[in-house]
Design a binder for this molecule. Sequence first.
Ligand SMILES: C[S@@+](CC[C@H](N)C(=O)[O-])C[C@H]1O[C@@H](n2cnc3c(N)ncnc32)[C@H](O)[C@@H]1O
Length: 743
Amino acid sequence: MDTHDVSDVPQYLEVLLKQKRRLQNAKSQQGKHPRTRKTRDEVIEQFNIKLMMNVMRGVSHDDNTIKSSFIPPAYLPCHNPFDLLTKILIKDLLLETHHRGTYLLLRSVTGADRINALMAIMEDEYQDVIMIQLYHQRNDNEHGEEEILREGSVLAIKEPYFKLMSDGNYGLRADHLSDIIFLSAYDERVPKSWQQSGGQHDDTAVGWKIAGNNYFNVSKYHAAIQSYTKGLTFSSTEDEADVLRRNRSLAFIKTKQFDAALRDLEYPSSTIKPVEKALYRRAQALYSLRKYPECCEVLKILRIEYPNNTEVEHEFNRAADRIKELETGTYPFKKLHRQALKLQPPQLDHATYVGPLRIKGSGSRGRGLFTTEAVRAGDLLLCEKAFAYAFAEEGSNNVALLINVETDSMTMGAQAELLQLIVQKLYRNPSLAPIINNLHHGSYKPANVSEIDGGLVVDTFLIERIISLNCFGCPRLSQKSHLQSQLRAGIYDKQTKNEHHSCGVWPIASYINHSCFSNARRAFIGDIMTVRATQDLAADTEITFWYKSPADESYAERQKGFGHWGFKCDCIMCQDTQSTNQSAFSERSKLRAKGLKYYDPIRGITDTTKFEIIVQKMEDTYTRPASEVPRLSMWDPLLALAKSYMGNGQLVEAINSALKALESLGHVIEGGSMPRASGKPVLIKKWGLMHNCIVDCWMLLSNAYALVALELKDIAEQYARISYKICVGEDETFNETYKVPKP
Ligand SMILES: C[S@@+](CC[C@H](N)C(=O)[O-])C[C@H]1O[C@@H](n2cnc3c(N)ncnc32)[C@H](O)[C@@H]1O
């Protein structure tokens, strides 16, 4: 939704086709041994040269080519525990084959390179070498984490896939994190000849604790975890084990493994008074998992037990603020707005509020989100913090092409990064897996095993499919997009595409189905998505928003946009386009072209009489009333007319044209037209489609009423404010945006 889909762009289609041809050729080699192989020295030398070139390129920043990443045909992760697999050797590998039931034990003989994947040359125990490509691995030095792969690292690849690489060499590709087991220097599975002389300490719990602390102090958190874990196998007393677990918990927190940290921080049965550090870390882990009420409970105990701890108060207030947000849906929106402008990436520390909504079946649409009580236009239905968010500044070249050769879909943006973020987050915190795994994934059949070797099985291809069907492209601030569209709002500019390179997954919003005649609208403030009702809704109404905003186009054209999600929209607007003659569409676009002759982007309409005749003729091409089926080609010429009249001081005409623009989008408005028929206030009887231009229309009306019907001015402004709130997410920045003087 609103991502930059380039699946139909010829330039990229060529890349896709080339890749498909390459895969097809490779397939013909399936099950065969490679014909020729480079020597060990040649493979290592070639890799090292590339590594050096990449380092140099990285330093000089002279690479402007677009990065691309391929999602290969899906395959399932290994579902066998390591102990049940049989060891194989590099010489036994067959091309384009998943070696099910086996594993390869490898040691790195080079440093690692990272382009799309983490790559290195590795040897087996017979000194045969091979290139490996490990996808979706964490970034080295991310948050101060140590290198994941360096010369001498040992790992096992479960059920390896051997293939012809794009550069013509042979190698292994691994997409599932649980298929790789990084073996610590202390692991018994590491062959004796590969074990490094390490351990300058006693083989005791205390010795390993000191080793762990030493690693921790130089930010080698994974090595610290391995040392504390080893220490636990030597600990003879409960207290010794508690200290090791507590130390390990902090290393887990540093590496964002919050589930594991919490396990290490269970209250030890032998201790009556919980240890201060344990409580503090427990609160930290719970906060990071967004379990704010539980976090507050722990902080309450900490406050009572350790009243001198000065940091608790701050932490407690922070968690209490999150609880208030999730319970009441009240947010300091102006502050959020400032944070979204300032933070890089704009990831905000706020909780998710779910309004009067519930998930329930929606017939052939699968599941949907429904209101549990009546709501008014503008009400906040959802204010959701992204589960994961990948930011790419608009206009920057920090984007990549993600190509799925199986679904033939291609997006430009930060989707590849998003995939890595989600896969990593779930792998590190299995308790979060259901949030993502339960989302719609089309016809993809996921692995039916969830745990292996003590860790979570994250099916990368499932996550990729979930992202492709549920992710949202998003601006840093919808307020910015809103203002840009207002500036552009002249005729023929309305079809500007909503395509963004930043993207994220908002799991609750993902249950919302599409309708062109939608009754809710999303907006973004950094990585927070707001969803507000665009109409007054009765209880038990399914809420819908646009996956793609509707344009005045033929039925076939409109439905093309939904092909990716595998449905055809059957809303009233789509039904109407289906029954509309092609001649009506042609006539409309001819008239629009004609109208353009009397329109100047700076001066506005140059001949209002002629323009009005054209607008009237355009209206005649529609058969159903706008209150039933919005007329998507009408609002912008009508608004242009209103603005021209306003500029000429023809206030009555300006008001009537602005009202007609609103009505063309399905609004039913009473009591606002001129000359005034009664003393009734202007009133929206029924809200129509929520377009950015609605704010402009109401502001124009407010300004015009100020001169001819003062009693309607504030009401019109109020409607502008509600519309702004829906489009932008909040109305705390309304006054400064529209320069409304303070009362
Ligand atoms: C982001 S998910 C929405 C939630 C989904 N219905 C579920 O059960 O999880 C997108 C999928 O919902 C379904 N969907 C959304 N809008 C629809 C519509 N107007 N008509 C039919 N199916 C729709 C399609 O299967 C689409 O691929």
